[in-house]
Design a protein around this ligand. Structure first.
Ligand code: TNX
Length: 587
């Protein structure tokens, strides 16, 4: 067992075997023996290997192999993984106070965190886990995280393997996204105090063993509605961090609605300048410049989160009509709208100018967006007759496809013509939806956002201070206890691209409010999207989730102390206000 000095001053003499020809003094021997004894008597790591959210595909603990991060620890990385390693260091430095230098270099040394890219087939990479015998559904209770999946296939686009031994931690992945997800797991395996923003005295123990982890669904996301209330760039970046922490990989920005247009469009400047100047409740609103949007996209990309921009058409367009009355039916300028009704506005489907507007907007937004998706809304166009709606949507879909992006739209698009690759986002509350099932038979894939499960603007309970209840009250168990693979009648699991939790913001005005609605439900949705179904277990999930309360408290993340979750005592309960947050609406 290696020694694990905690500060440079205590690190004592160099290892004896590196000092040939010199006899160790008795005092040195005594110090070394004391350190070794200390290690042997050290309590086990406070976190168990499988206690990760979302649950890993497989975890094989080895209680004899805990690793303790020391002040001398360094991160070694192969060149391509450098950025994931830098981010890991950025997460660990504030609380540990350790320098954690990141360097390319020998990938085998002791006392290190090693991140390495490897194309090795999983079967090779996994021998220690395999040696314990194949995991199957029947022994799910045995492996800390359970796991029915075999080891067929590789680590894939996002998978990773994490090995903790007494001498170090190694994360292996085929991609930088995999390394990043593995680093997020390592962060969760350290004591909760690692989320502190100031140095903490702690034994930074990591539980020994191996984890193999890959996502169930490729698309895992959340929506931030920046249209009903505008949120400044810094708030959006913080939400990106929250998504990345739980291995969610898409941020859908609802950029336009009746109450505000939030993205600058050079060819139609009044959209943002005039249409951006309102929001629910009469506040000043705001919009993202092209530079702002690029900053969000780049920040998200570094965290392996893809931004999905939504331009909601043909309804939900009052702000655009205020800016350009020529787009309004009858060319009558509507008054700005700051209420919370839906379904009253639409762009004029009979005017060619409308299609020039759509082409210009989706063209500019597509050019600013590196990700493959462009969401064109399509919901709640109540005033547009069905045949007119169909013709409009089919033209708009063609305009999006012409930008090279894949069309995403709300499931109201289902009866309209299919375009290649089209993705429908289902937000119903009754899984018996023949129209959507039929669109899937015609080739559509689905993102599932069932209103009565993952609408994070719903209240947790009747007394929740913000939120709605039209889709019901949604506490953590309700958000967790459903299966995206079987939720819609007649839709096979293979047609499901993934899950997405919307946070509509009619009633949410601050970053603290956003966090209060996201936590603790967002990690539940993240687990549905990432973890194999064989790990699904409410009793286990609520325990794992409970351990995140102290992490959120340490990080200054506001959360709802849901009674569904057995939070550790003393209660980590009172939602904290993140520093610098607008604790009261500024508008
Ligand atoms: C329905 S979900 C909407 C949103 C609202 C939300 C409020 C969807 C496609 N449309 O416009 O903000 O309900 O819960």
């Amino acid at each position: 067992m290696p020694t694990t000095p905690t500060t440079p001053a205590e690190s004592g003499p160099e290892p004896l075997d590196r000092l040939p020809g010199r006899q160790p003094a008795a005092a040195e021997l005594a110090r070394a023996a004391a350190r070794t004894t200390g290690d042997l008597l050290a309590p086990p790591a406070p976190v168990r290997l499988g206690d990760v959210v979302p649950a890993p595909e497989r975890a094989l603990p080895d209680p004899t192999a805990d690793f303790t991060l020391s002040a001398e620890a360094a991160i070694r990385v192969s060149a391509a993984g450098r950025d994931a390693a830098e981010q890991l260091a950025e997460w660990l430095r504030p609380a540990t106070g350790f320098p954690l230098p990141v360097a390319d270099g020998p990938l085998t040394a002791d006392g290190l965190l090693v991140l390495t890219l490897s194309e090795a087939p999983l079967a090779d990479a996994l021998s220690p886990v395999d040696a314990a015998g194949p995991a199957d559904a029947a022994d799910a209770a045995g492996a800390a995280a359970g796991g029915a999946a075999g080891v067929a296939g590789g680590l894939g686009d996002e998978g990773y393997r994490l090995d903790v031994t007494a001498s170090g931690v190694r994360i292996t992945a085929a991609t930088t996204a995999g390394l990043f997800h593995g680093a997020q797991t390592l962060r969760q395996l350290l004591p909760a105090a690692v989320d502190s923003t100031a140095p903490v005295t702690e034994r930074w123990a990591v539980p020994g063993g191996s984890i193999l982890d890959r996502p169930r669904f490729p698309y895992r996301g959340a929506i931030l509605d920046v249209a009903r209330h505008f949120f400044p760039v810094e708030d959006v970046l913080r939400v990106v961090d929250h998504l990345a922490r739980y291995k969610l990989n898409h941020l859908h920005l609802h950029l336009t609605d009746d109450q505000g247009w939030r993205i600058a469009v050079d060819s139609w400047p009044r959209l943002a300048e005039v249409g951006g100047a309102t929001e629910v409740g009469g506040g000043p609103g705001g919009y993202y410049t092209r530079a702002d949007y690029r900053r969000i996209v780049a920040y998200a990309a570094r965290r392996h989160v893809t931004v999905v921009p939504e331009i909601d058409l043909p309804g939900h367009t009052n702000a655009a009509l205020v800016a350009y009355p020529e787009l309004a039916p009858g060319k009558v300028p509507p008054p700005p709208y700051t209420g919370t009704e839906v379904g009253f506005s639409y762009v004029d489907p009979a005017d060619e100018r409308t299609y020039a507007f759509v082409a210009d907007v989706v063209g500019e937004v597509a050019a600013l967006t590196p990700g493959p998706w462009l969401h064109l809304g399509g919901d709640e166009a109540f005033k547009v007759p069905a045949d007119t709606y169909r013709a409009f949507v089919e033209r708009a879909q063609t305009l999006v496809a012409a930008t090279g992006k894949t069309v995403v739209g709300w499931h109201q698009l289902a009866p309209t013509g299919h375009v290649d690759g089209r993705v429908l986002q289902w937000w119903g509350t009754n899984g018996d939806d023949p129209e959507t099932a039929e669109a899937v038979r015609r080739g559509a894939r689905l993102i599932l956002s069932p209103g009565n499960r993952v609408y994070l603007d719903m209240k947790y309970a009747a007394d929740t201070p913000i939120g709605h209840d039209w889709a019901g009250l949604i506490d953590v168990r309700r958000a967790y206890d459903w299966d995206p693979g079987t939720h819609l009648t007649g839709v096979p699991a293979e047609a499901v691209l993934g899950v997405e939790a919307p946070l509509w913001t009619e009633s949410v005005t601050t970053l603290a409010g956003v966090e209060f609605m996201l936590f603790p439900r967002l990690p539940a949705v993240a687990e549905l999207g990432w973890s194999p179904r064989s790990t699904h277990d409410w009793a286990g999930f609520r325990e794992r989730l409970a351990a995140h309360g102290p992490r959120w408290t340490a990080a200054g993340i506001t959360f709802h102390p849901s009674p569904d979750v057995p939070w550790p005592t003393p209660a980590t309960t009172i939602p904290t206000q993140p520093k610098g947050d607008r604790t009261t609406p500024t508008h």
